[in-house]
Design a protein around this ligand. Structure first.
Ligand SMILES: Cc1cc2nc3c(=O)[nH]c(=O)nc-3n(C[C@H](O)[C@H](O)[C@H](O)COP(=O)(O)OP(=O)(O)OC[C@H]3O[C@@H](n4cnc5c(N)ncnc54)[C@H](O)[C@@H]3O)c2cc1C
Length: 589
């Protein structure tokens, strides 16, 4: 497996790998990573579909990428995916997956056309005082000290950030900035999360710094991601004869290790209450999704709070059993043992009549029923004790959604502190209570809140104990490599496997690890697109530096006398050169 960039490799089709017709594949999980791996096996590996077996513990595919219209509870989205144009592996895949909406188009075409016609941007990034504009006004509000802390983190070597928390690399000046408000609510970072992950995010998305305050950096699918991404992949795979086996929990993969060669020899699983084993030969490839951010997630309803399940979970048990067999298989306990630090709760609110929509329209400044961008990303309630944010994607968000209903996604980063209107922690609240807290922050008169929450909306709360497990501080080897050293027929895929430079909590990471796994195990002779190299592009670095300073020129910064002299000399030296031209173009001087 090697990385590449540019059109030469992007449009090339690899030759059929040697002996692929003799090979089979077993994929554990049917989330985006496993489905993507199956698609790459079919498309680039040219493996026969009927040789590919997907084993899933649940009764539906898609994993974290959900969107359910439950006959009892109604519409449910545990989350929504902010996406961007430089999800290189993901778009490489979806250019080949036919859309199920538009005849003759790919999923990429459909997404591209939609986001070209209807640009995403926000007209209200944050509110205070019950629905008033918090006037972040597109500004980052970083002091010089806070800016320098970001620059320092960007420059720090990865190994120097092993096991370090964000709180260890930033000071209060940074934490009180708009930058941190945008950042933590958009990506769900907390102060106790990994400083390394934060560095990787800054590096990975440096080309989007300017589009961070108003979300013009983001793009979204037409419907929820189950309908817009997962269903087309499942249809594609089924058309090739790929076999899906649900209600099957894999409990272990047994390895044979000889002279540093590691061969997966047996898959052990539970199916219909019985233990079953699949014996493997070297030509049987195994791809395991180790860990899941939605493992043990639980739903409440209008009248019931969520049940918090904090122990066990098929994905963790499986990874623990595998990791016992070799040090290169990672350390799951680093990620799955502190649910206090890794949980948060979301809620899907469906509005049922015309009472709530005017409040939404007043805040987001768009007609929520237009079929176009509504909030254009999350709106954060800056003064909410739960640190609540909410969003409405283009409506309908479900294909079957009635035209007069709206589906709203709400989440709170702090689930264990009492709210501002409902004096209970979010995790103890029923759907109605969560809606009440939300309506309070939307500016609904207190006398109307209870009636509206009870009769004009449905709310399904969802607790996710491991939602930010991949952000826990980590060191080398905690995440196993996609193909650990010596493995000949086994790979880890998804958010807890390790690849270079990319960032977890993204759909791209799942697809990237899948692509790397398939290309390595089948020795596919085509480059995997490298992570977009914007952090090595001087133009992007200059542009983002200027934007982070809210447009102030670096040249205008107050400097000590001696540095002023140096500056004068440097400016003279670069005068009339391409360097001066570039510094001017990007608003540095
Ligand atoms: C609330 C939320 C918000 C998000 N926001 C964004 C965003 O803005 N942008 C973005 O790009 N991404 C976002 N993501 C992340 C993205 O959706 C996930 O990273 C991605 O879908 C994970 O896919 P996966 O296949 O790697 O893992 P998962 O989807 O977790 O799949 C794992 C699968 O394996 C199954 N499984 C686990 N253990 C076993 C076992 N022992 N046996 C059999 N099956 C097993 C599980 O049931 C599951 O189906 C978000 C996710 C959530 C939940």
């Amino acid at each position: 497996m090697y990385y590449s960039n540019g059109n030469y490799e992007a449009f090339a089709r690899p030759e059929k790998p040697a002996d692929v017709d003799k090979k089979s594949a077993y994929l554990v999980g049917s989330g985006l990573a496993a489905l993507a791996a199956a698609c790459f096996l079919v498309r680039d590996g040219q493996m026969k579909g009927e040789h590919i077996h997907i084993l899933e513990e649940l009764s539906i595919p898609g994993g974290a990428c959900d969107g359910i219209n439950d006959s009892q509870k109604g519409f449910i989205i545990r989350g929504g995916r902010e996406m961007e144009n430089h999800f290189e592996c993901l778009w490489d895949l979806f250019r080949s997956i036919p859309s199920i909406e538009t005849e003759g188009a790919s999923v990429l075409d459909e997404f591209y056309w939609l986001n070209k016609k209807d640009l995403n941007f926000s007209l209200m990034r944050a509110t205070v005082n019950r629905g008033q504009d918090a006037h972040t006004d597109g500004k980052f509000g970083l002091s010089e000290k806070a800016s320098m802390e970001i620059v320092k983190l960007f420059m720090t070597l990865e190994e120097d950030l092993y096991d370090k928390k964000i709180s260890e690399v930033f000071t209060e000046e940074f934490f009180s900035s708009n930058f941190w408000l945008y950042w933590r609510t958009m990506f769900a970072f907390e102060e106790w999360h990994s400083a390394l992950e934060m560095k990787l995010y800054i590096q990975r998305f440096i080309h989007h710094i300017g589009g961070l305050p108003d979300f013009s950096a983001l793009k979204f699918t037409k419907y929820n991601q189950y309908e817009s991404l997962i269903l087309p992949m499942v249809k594609y795979l089924k058309s090739y004869g790929v076999k899906f086996q649900y209600d099957t929990t894999v409990t272990n993969v047994i390895f044979d290790t000889k002279n540093d060669k590691k061969i997966a020899r047996k898959i052990v699983c539970q199916h219909e209450g019985k233990e079953e084993c699949i014996d493997l030969i070297e030509d049987d490839l195994v791809f395991v999704t180790n860990g899941s951010c939605t493992e043990n997630s639980s739903l409440g309803d209008d009248n019931n709070a969520v049940e918090v399940k904090t122990s066990g979970g098929g994905c963790w048990e499986l990874w623990k059993n595998i990791s016992k067999q070799d040090p290169s298989f990672g350390h799951p306990e680093k990620f799955c043992t502190d649910t206090k630090a890794t949980n948060w709760e979301s809620a899907t609110i469906t509005t049922l009549d015309d009472k709530i929509p005017p409040y939404i329209e007043k805040i987001c400044k768009r007609n929520p029923f237009s079929g176009k961008v509504v909030t254009g990303g999350i709106i954060t309630v800056k003064d909410s004790k739960w640190l609540m944010s909410y969003t409405l994607n283009r409506q309908p968000h479900f294909k079957e959604q009635p035209k007069d209903q709206l589906v709203v996604w709400v989440y709170g980063l702090f689930t264990d502190v009492p709210g501002d209107y409902i004096k209970k922690p979010m995790r103890e609240c029923t759907g109605i209570e969560i809606t009440e807290e939300w309506l309070f922050h939307m500016g609904v008169p207190e006398s109307e809140i209870h009636d509206m929450a009870t009769n004009s909306a449905h709310c399904i709360p969802c607790m996710m104990p491991y939602i930010t497990a991949f952000f826990m501080p980590r060191t080398k080897g905690d995440r196993p490599d996609v193909v650990p050293n010596g493995c000949v027929n086994f790979a880890f895929i998804g958010q807890f496997s390790n690849t270079v430079r990319d960032t977890v909590f993204t759909t791209e990471y799942s697809v990237r690890t899948a692509m790397e796994a398939v290309y390595t195990l089948l020795d596919i002779d085509r480059g995997v697109p490298e992570v977009f190299g914007s952090c090595y592009d001087i133009r992007v670095l200059l542009d983002s530096a200027s934007k982070m300073m809210d447009g102030k020129k670096l040249i205008d910064k107050k400097l000590p006398f001696i540095l002023r002299l140096v500056k004068k000399k440097v400016l003279k030296k670069i005068s009339g050169t391409v360097i001066e031209d570039m510094l001017k173009r990007y608003n540095i001087i």
